[in-house]
Write a protein that binds this ligand. Structure first.
Ligand SMILES: Nc1nc2c(ncn2[C@@H]2O[C@H](COP(=O)(O)OP(=O)(O)O)[C@@H](O)[C@H]2O)c(=O)[nH]1
Ligand SMILES: [Mg+2]
Length: 247
């Protein structure tokens, strides 16, 4: 017997992605027939929301820019209220391949959070210099604290199952940078089962990245501080997993 298919929502945080988001939504709908895509336009000052709507996405328009964390929390709340049991965070700039989504979702059968990871043996995406070492260090620390090897803890490509959705709709950090490192710490401390699936990253389909050059290095130094601060938060409590209840 096959398990009933989960109701999956793709959530795309988007900030000023006019000229890009439309084609990314269309590609996603083509690649994953029947899926719903929610674009959270985060105080964009361009035509992001209208373009996403025309392409067939559901759209949440935030009146002010909250950053990726705040936008994702709004998206997770939307998912919970809409009765979805799986959410997949996908960038609105085309860097994540929608064809990878089923491989991530598959792992939710026995995990709560699945990271689409670069540097996991697939693809040729690479970074260099201080950024590389900072990312390695962050991943090293989180692999140790979680007891699972993670190679890409700053990835924005993630699939979240029902337990994760329940947690993230309330606890997803809206602070600057909180959507990557801190979110993983919260997930680990709540006892979510985390794993990664190797993916390839594509170049942006257009527009401009929000971070670049020395700013990225500053980003990663701040990520280290965010990691240290995340461990000072009290642990969130979640209902036990089915296995925990049985044993
Ligand atoms: N909601 C929201 N999304 C953002 C913001 N800044 C960037 N994004 C989105 O986050 C995703 C990744 O951003 P990007 O600039 O491509 O980061 P990079 O891939 O790490 O270079 C894209 O879909 C952006 O539109 C923001 O302030 N708010
Ligand atoms: Mg990008």
């Amino acid at each position: 017997m096959t398990a009933p298919r989960s109701k999956v929502l793709i959530i795309m945080p988007a900030y000023n992605e006019q000229g890009v988001v439309g084609q990314v939504v269309e590609e996603t709908l083509r690649a994953l027939p029947g899926i719903n895509v929610l674009v959270v336009s985060d105080g964009s000052r361009d035509g992001t929301a209208a373009e996403a709507r025309t392409a067939g996405a559901l759209v949440l328009e935030l009146p002010v820019n909250l950053g990726v964390g705040g936008a994702m929390r709004a998206g997770f709340k939307f998912a919970v209220r809409g009765g979805y049991d799986v959410a997949v965070q996908v960038d609105a700039d085309g860097q994540h391949n929608p064809l990878d989504v089923p491989r991530l979702v598959e792992q939710l059968d026995n995990h709560d959070l699945v990271i689409g990871a670069r540097f996991a043996g697939v693809g040729d995406y690479s970074v260099s210099g201080p950024r590389k070492w900072a990312m390695k260090l962050l991943s090293g620390i989180l692999s140790k604290t979680g007891g699972v090897r993670l190679t890409d803890t700053t990835s924005g490509f993630k699939a979240i199952g029902p337990r994760g959705l329940e947690l993230f709709a309330e606890e997803f950090p809206a602070e600057y940078l909180g959507d990557t490192i801190e979110a993983l710490v919260i997930a680990q401390r709540a006892g979510l089962r985390i794993c990664q699936v190797p993916v390839t990253m594509r170049p942006r389909a257009g527009g401009v990245p929000s971070q670049g050059g020395w700013k990225l290095t500053v980003y990663l130094v701040r990520a280290m501080l965010a990691l240290a601060l995340a461990f000072l938060r009290p642990s969130p409590k979640l209902a036990p997993t089915p296995e925990e209840t049985v044993s």
